[in-house]
Design a protein. Structure first.
Length: 472
């Protein structure tokens, strides 16, 4: 087995290598008319009396044509991954060693405004992606379970797709598939519970890249520094988890069946927030009535299944900027949680997050976040489910840009309590911009085996990864 790379060493090297210059790019797309200036020339005395024609030349069709209200952008990429710590498979099991990904992917995003004849301004956004996994063809399709191939081989997704109407007087209405981000944390979730996550490959990418859109109707009202938001979400969707018999399935196919509520108005989830943006600090209040994404185990007809209880969440978040320091805080109280150990009993949980980010490093920043989750009414009957009265999560992150912001370095480690035995992952990556719209990324993800879900049994999944991406 190849030796693992300790992330503290990667963090120390990255921070020590910070350079003293800093630059911030900005992108400003402004389309306007074309102004033509004609220089004034001296006229010879002999030509006095002859009046020059002051009529400007007619503008060409290109000059008077208004800019298109539509824009199309996207990217094409190719990524590969190599699992270098997997053990040899037992008889009848898939061989998870070696090449685990050879995946081309294309994404496209359309943005625009509907014609002006509508009485209110309308804005449209639609995005989609398609990817194909060739690792099964390269290594032999017969070596993989059908469940795994069905989950990864053809990956076609409709991302956000919505229509936004500006109704005037600070009111906006948005209908369609949307992603709503709550909270201040980049790495841990407390109040950020509206959208489920794609957790099929834990730790490989950041949370911001794995949120799954939900079909909803959303209303916003802006007045001064405050933004009030209300949402009705009839689209019931939960976290995507690793399929049975995949490298990220520690149960090796023994995961219980997941029961999903129907997508109908009677089951619609509800959420609302009030956010205030002030000079040097922000404050937000959150409330939600929705299904528990994680779910709980429940005995049904002699079999164990995953059910999703209806829960209520009240939360508050804030961040304060003090020079190069950013202080973060989140608090959430959730009621209506269910367990297998005491079926039918509602439990309450209080989560509190504290974080700090320092951006005074030359070219980079470092942040640390910690959350404590306290389960009210905890009893010994819950110990068998891996539930604790108090459990903690930690995240340490370093990010920096070098070489005039062409080289981007990121290192992240995330752990569950107990710190040395709970489990987690560490990831380090380097991205280099070959051109303005062409980049190549390489890195390593190391999994720390632990006693807690979801990292129990994942210690042999360490992998190297690389991606080349062209944007347009």
């Amino acid at each position: 087995m190849i030796a693992r790379f300790p992330l503290p060493v990667l963090l120390s090297l990255a921070i020590t290598a910070s350079l003293p210059t800093h630059a911030q790019d900005s992108l400003d797309d402004i389309l306007g008319g074309f102004d033509t200036t004609t220089p004034t020339e001296n006229v010879d005395d002999a030509l006095q009396g002859f009046d020059a024609d002051s009529t400007p030349p007619p503008q060409s069709a290109n000059e008077i044509q208004p800019p298109s209200p539509w824009s199309l952008s996207g990217s094409v990429s190719f990524s590969a991954a190599y699992d270098y710590t997997q053990n040899a498979p037992a008889v009848g099991e898939s061989d998870k060693r070696g090449l685990s990904r050879t995946r081309p992917k294309a994404t496209v995003k359309l943005k625009g405004n509907l014609p002006d004849q509508f009485s209110i301004p309308l804005r449209i956004l639609a995005e989609a992606s398609a990817a194909h996994e060739f690792a099964y063809t390269v290594r032999g399709r017969g070596d993989y379970n059908d469940t795994v191939k069905n989950a990864y081989e053809h990956d076609i997704n409709l991302g956000e797709a919505y229509v936004n109407a500006r109704l005037g007087n600070g009111f906006e209405l948005t209908a369609g598939r949307q992603i709503v981000v709550w909270g201040t944390s980049e790495n841990l979730r407390v109040v950020d519970i509206v959208n489920p996550l794609d957790r099929r490959e834990l730790g490989m990418v950041d949370i911001e890249d794995v949120r799954l859109p939900l079909a909803m109707v959303r209303g916003d009202y802006v007045t001064g520094p405050w933004v009030a938001t209300a949402m009705v979400i009839p689209h019931i969707r939960f976290n995507k988890t690793a399929p049975a018999y995949s490298a990220y399935d520690p149960s090796n196919g023994a995961q219980p069946q997941n029961d999903l509520p129907a997508d109908e108005l009677n089951n619609a989830e509800l959420a609302a927030s009030l956010r205030g943006n002030f000079s040097g600090w922000d404050l937000s209040l959150h409330a939600a009535n929705l299904y528990d994404d994680a779910g709980h185990k429940e005995a049904v007809g002699g079999a164990t299944r995953i059910r999703h209880a209806r829960v209520n969440m009240l939360g508050v978040t804030s961040d304060v900027a003090l020079g190069n320091w950013l202080l973060k805080g989140e608090l959430a109280h959730t009621s209506g949680l269910q367990t297998l150990g005491e079926p039918g009993k509602d439990f309450r949980r209080s989560d509190i997050l504290l974080g700090v980010e320092f951006s005074g490093l030359s070219e980079g920043s470092i942040s640390f976040e910690m959350v404590n989750r306290h389960l009210h009414g905890w009893t010994d009957e819950l110990r068998g489910e891996g539930l604790r009265k108090d459990s903690q999560e930690y995240a340490l992150r370093y990010s920096a840009d070098f070489l005039h912001e062409r080289l981007h370095v990121t290192a992240l480690t995330s752990r569950l309590s107990p710190l040395t035995r709970g489990g987690g992952f560490s990831r380090a990556s380097v991205e280099y911009d070959l051109q303005d719209a062409l980049s190549v990324t390489g890195g390593v993800t190391i999994y720390h085996n632990g006693t807690r879900t979801p990292f129990k049994g994942l210690g042999d999944n360490d992998r190297l990864f690389v991606e080349i991406k062209k944007s347009f």
